[in-house]
Design a protein around this ligand. Structure first.
Ligand SMILES: [Zn+2]
Length: 393
């Protein structure tokens, strides 16, 4: 480890650009690195130096395996031994954490149960123990942690760093989660909204890899969206960009927890879905049960999921008309309903979206494991921020 710890190769700006591109995108060909604005010859020289110092390693391109025998390895990536990032998701009743290396490999993840009413410091102290356990499993010490990405279920104001009151975990509203996490975890931390980080995960590793403009719909206790515009997450001034669950669908509808009426969340979140099935099932069904029953042919459950898709499609059409994304990815707990949800959603969206001769974008389920999509997104956010989170010395 000591041979690569001095990073002699990072002295120059071109070296930093190459490392930054690999932190953002993972393994790349030299040609793809040259697309970032450096000349081919500069990339070749810089990569050779970084390989020499041990900062980069070469790997074979899986796309070429078995086709071009005898070809040299064609991808370069950061040496995974350099360090790790930690992703943490603070969710309702549960905290998940993941350790990823700088080569964008998920090394370990796990979760613990938490109390929604607990003080954030109490929750983070338990999280700190979970992080230590995961680090022990992966063989990395705390000195190898570049930073922690923390996902919270609410908006974060850009100017103040404070969590807004729309946070679904009330003790977390009005605090600065990155400051508190840095203090309690004794590790540098950033914080962002869970939907934004899930959007980043699908952009980095999943269904939206390589796209510039796309929308990610995250369905949890509420329905949120993460927007990627020009290759970057768009959060808005108050962090409330993407609070699509609070789009008004019925001006005279039920009162929502935000104080509005007839928000999408009052029609299509897990509570609303359970409410509509109460009468015929005589109890509150969990969303996973609703999806299982629907898959087994229960007409009422199929109907309610299709209606949820239709409602989300109305909100999607309005979003599409404003932002014009090239793809919509749906993730979170509702995504498991698959075509039962997505087909009516897409039909509803197509019916209302602007048609200027262009095809309305496809709606697809996320490609990543729903359990870890947010935590790997939180780890990706740390990897992308080379300025705040340098490689360990
Ligand atoms: Zn609302």
């Amino acid at each position: 480890m000591s041979a690569i710890s001095a990073h002699p190769g990072l002295r120059g700006g071109n070296h930093r650009r190459v490392v930054h591109a690999l932190r953002r995108h993972g393994a790349l060909t030299r040609a793809a690195l040259a697309d970032g604005g450096l000349s081919r010859s500069t990339v070749t020289a810089v990569v050779a130096e970084l390989l020499e110092t041990g900062l980069l390693i070469e790997i074979s391109d899986p796309a070429r395996d078995g086709r071009a025998t005898g070809r040299p390895p064609t991808l370069v990536r950061l040496n995974g031994e350099l360090g790790v990032t930690v992703g943490v998701e603070i969710a309702n009743g549960i905290v998940r954490a993941a350790v990823c290396d700088v080569a964008q490999e998920l090394l370990a993840h796990d979760s613990i149960a938490t109390d929604d009413q607990a003080d954030p410091r109490t929750t983070l102290a338990a999280t700190s123990t979970l992080i230590d356990e995961l680090l022990e499993r992966t063989g990395f010490g705390r000195d190898r942690v570049i930073g922690v990405g923390l996902a919270v279920p609410g908006p974060i104001q850009r100017r103040t760093g404070l969590t807004g009151r729309a946070c679904t975990l009330k003790p977390w509203a009005g605090i600065n989660p990155s400051t508190v996490a840095t203090e309690v975890l004794h590790l540098p931390a950033l914080a962002d909204n869970d939907a934004n980080l899930a959007a980043l995960a699908e952009l980095t590793w999943g269904a939206a890899r390589g796209l510039r403009d796309y929308a990610y719909i995250y369905t949890a206790k509420g329905i949120g969206a993460g927007f990627v515009i020009n290759g970057e997450i768009y959060a808005g001034a108050n962090g409330t960009a993407g609070e699509i669950g609070h789009t008004t669908l019925n001006e005279d509808g039920l009162v929502c927890e935000c104080g509005g009426r007839g928000c999408l969340n009052t029609l299509a979140n897990p509570d609303a879905i359970a409410q509509q099935l109460w009468q015929i099932h005589g109890r509150r069904l969990r969303l996973a049960e609703v999806i299982d029953l629907a898959q087994a042919g229960d007409a009422g459950c199929r109907r309610v999921l299709a209606d949820a898709g239709r409602h989300i499609g109305v909100a999607m059409a309005n979003m599409y008309n404003l932002l014009d994304p090239e793809l919509i990815v749906i993730g979170g707990n509702l995504a498991a309903a698959g075509a039962m949800l997505i087909d009516p959603l897409h039909q509803s969206m197509v019916r209302r979206a602007i048609h200027a001769g262009e095809a309305v974008p496809a709606v697809v389920a996320g490609a990543l494991d729903p359990e870890t999509v947010v935590v790997v997104g939180a780890a990706a956010a740390v990897l992308r921020d080379s300025a705040t989170f340098p490689l360990p010395a």
